[in-house]
Every structure is written in structure tokens, then in C-alpha cells.
Design a binder for this molecule. Structure first.
Ligand code: TRP
Ligand code: SF4
Length: 333
């Protein structure tokens, strides 16, 4: 038996932020470095179309940005297969086949579908493609006969649907698809500068690429413990997003010192944030250096993508052959 396969994707809807880094990417990198898994990570550009079909001009540049951020953060094309969804057309073909066996009711009751539709209320999302989002995602996953899918809790209903679709295929035709597991990890709850979930659509993100004054100003604008109005008020670090970030970027002694000082009103939020901006700046330095390199060597990035596409296609076309055979579709006479 080969290594267990892991599959996950990200939608190219803009630059990656620290929420993406600590929420997903760190976990992906850990799975890659774990040694027992064969990881397939892709940019889900067709999925970006489901919500951004009317403004597609940013998808391509976001795709390249994401690759640059992935490589800089530590995804290694020697160890993981990194590719673009739309470059492997088997995703679309399997999506079509699966769409034939997916009951509409499964899609309509999907809580993520309802939530996202509300979150993006300004866009018209009453499309066939948007409703079918999880079917495409199921195709993405079972195309590689994945054992595990590292995702955030918000994606759990989609993975659940993937499992149901895989079981249905296996039941109707032949048992060829492993039923994949969602791999959840404990991720720190990183909020945006305004205290809401960090999200591009809320304009509250600290991007992986942010540095210098931009970074300083964003950190300076972060919401803190809402009850701490004056410097003389004792604060509650456990309720403060700035403190959560300190736990990720500052030395343990500094973190402890800040917690104590905050509770005693011995440090002001301005000072606390200044130290945080410095810590993030320091912590992101290796990533920023690699970003510089890749941005100046986009040809390398292109080659990495092309190589990943080829590797992904190899597995994908095998699975498709098998799926078509089991469904008795156009498999010789
Ligand atoms: N829906 C995922 C998200 O928005 C992205 C995605 C697309 C994905 N296809 C996938 C994640 C397959 C895991 C596996 O984050
Ligand atoms: Fe938050 Fe720091 Fe202010 Fe305490 S001192 S409330 S941890 S920003």
C-alpha cells in the first residue's frame, strides 16, 4: 500500500491572509512534513467562479499569488502535488457524472450553501453552479481517492456531502471510492482587525504580504478588549485578539509578561500593539524573503505548477477511466 492521500483546495478570491496561514496552510504543511501522507493541494479556480462569475479578472492573478504564498510558507513541490483545478479537466468530468446521482434535496439543505448565500447577499447566487458547489468539491476529493481532507469547520457539511455522494456511487455501480474523512485540527481563533472573522469581503484582513507601515497601521487599528477604555483600566488578554496574535508570534516569556501587565493595567494597548507589529514582522521575515524570490522568479512558479498539473492528471485520468467503466459510459464496444 502506498501512502494515504490527502486532498485540499483554496479558492483564488484574493491574497492570502494570516487567517488562511494559521487556519489552513500551517496544517497542510504539517501533513506534508508528517511523512505518511501523499498530499494534493490545488487552487480551486472553478470554485471561485461559483461566486465571482461576473468579475473574473482577478482569478488568474490570485492563483499566482496563492502559489507564491504557498511556496513561501513551506509547501514543497518535491513533497506535495501542487496544481490548478481547471488544468485537470477530469475534475469537470467527474463533477458531471456525480451530478447525475446527487439528489437535489441534499444540496438544498446544505447549511454552508444557505450561509454563504446570505453572506454574499449582494451577488446573485441563484445559479446552477453555486448550488452544485459541493458536487464539484466531491469530485475534487474522490478523484484522488483521498483518505483525508484537511478543512475548517465551515467546510464540514461539504465533506459530509462528499461522503454521501461517494457511498452512493459505490452502491449504484461498484465500490471504487474510499469514503474520505474530514481532518480537523485545533486552530487558533484568529479574528480580523475589527473583531469579526478575518475575511477579504470584510476588509479586515492582515495579508501574508503585509509589512512595514502597512502592517503597523493595521495592527494599530485592531480591536482590543472592549471593556478596556482607558490605559488605567485592567484588561482581559484572554478576550483580546491582539493577545491571540502575541501567542502566535511572540516569545513565551513576552506573552506571559504581556498577560500580567495587561491585567494590572501596567501596559497600554498602543505599546502592546507596537510590540505585536514587531513580532509579526520578525516572524514573517523568512516568508517575505521567499516571496521576494518567487516574485522575481515567476518562471519557476510556472514550472512548478505545470509539473504539479501533470502529476495530478496522471492519477485523475486513471480514476476517470475506472469510473466511466463502472458506469458503462463510452468504454469501448
Ligand atoms: N470549498 C473550499 C473552501 O472554500 C475549497 C475547496 C474546493 C476544497 N474544493 C475542495 C477544499 C476540495 C477541500 C477539498 O475553502
Ligand atoms: Fe489587548 Fe494588549 Fe490591550 Fe491587553 S494591553 S487589551 S492584550 S492590546
Amino acid at each position: 500500500m502506498g501512502k494515504k492521500r490527502i486532498v485540499s483546495g483554496m479558492r483564488p478570491t484574493g491574497q492570502l491572509h494570516l487567517g488562511n496561514l494559521h487556519g489552513a496552510l500551517t496544517n497542510w504543511i504539517a501533513l506534508q512534513n508528517h511523512g505518511e501522507y501523499d498530499c494534493f493541494y490545488f487552487v480551486a479556480d472553478w470554485h471561485a467562479l461559483t461566486s465571482d462569475y461576473a468579475a473574473t479578472e482577478k482569478i488568474k492573478s490570485s492563483t499566482v499569488d496563492i502559489f507564491v504564498d504557498w511556496l513561501s510558507a513551506g509547501l514543497d513541490p518535491q513533497m506535495s502535488t501542487l496544481f490548478i483545478q481547471s488544468s485537470v479537466k477530469e475534475h469537470a468530468e467527474l463533477f458531471l457524472l456525480l451530478s447525475m446521482i446527487t439528489p437535489l434535496a441534499w444540496l438544498e439543505r446544505n447549511p454552508t450553501y444557505k450561509e454563504l448565500k446570505e453572506e454574499l447577499a449582494q451577488k446573485d447566487l441563484s445559479t446552477f453552479g453555486f448550488l452544485g458547489y459541493p458536487v464539484l468539491m466531491a469530485a475534487d476529493i474522490i478523484l484522488y481517492k483521498a483518505y483525508g481532507v484537511p478543512v475548517g469547520v465551515d467546510q464540514l457539511p461539504h465533506v459530509e456531502l462528499t461522503r454521501e455522494i461517494a457511498r452512493r456511487f459505490n452502491y449504484l455501480y461498484a465500490d471504487i471510492f474510499p469514503v474520505p474523512e474530514a481532518l480537523l485540527t485545533d486552530v487558533p481563533k484568529i479574528l480580523g482587525t475589527d473583531g469579526r472573522k478575518m475575511s477579504k469581503s470584510y476588509n479586515n484582513s492582515i495579508f501574508i504580504s503585509d509589512k512595514g507601515n502597512e502592517l503597523k497601521n493595521k495592527v494599530a487599528s485592531m480591536f482590543t478588549d472592549p471593556q478596556r477604555q482607558r490605559k488605567s483600566d485592567p484588561g482581559r488578554p484572554e478576550l483580546c485578539n491582539v493577545y491571540t496574535f502575541h501567542q502566535l508570534y511572540s516569545e513565551p516569556e513576552t506573552v506571559a509578561e504581556i498577560a500580567t501587565a495587561c491585567r494590572r493595567a501596567a501596559i497600554g494597548c498602543t505599546e502592546c500593539k507596537k510590540r505585536l507589529a514587531e513580532a509579526i514582522s520578525e516572524g514573517m521575515k523568512p516568508i517575505h524573503e521567499k516571496r521576494e524570490y518567487y516574485l522575481n522568479h515567476l518562471k519557476d512558479v510556472e514550472e512548478i505548477i505545470e509539473d504539479g498539473n501533470i502529476r495530478a492528471r496522471r492519477i485523475a485520468s486513471e480514476t476517470l477511466l475506472e469510473a466511466r467503466e463502472m458506469m458503462k459510459i463510452n468504454h469501448g464496444l
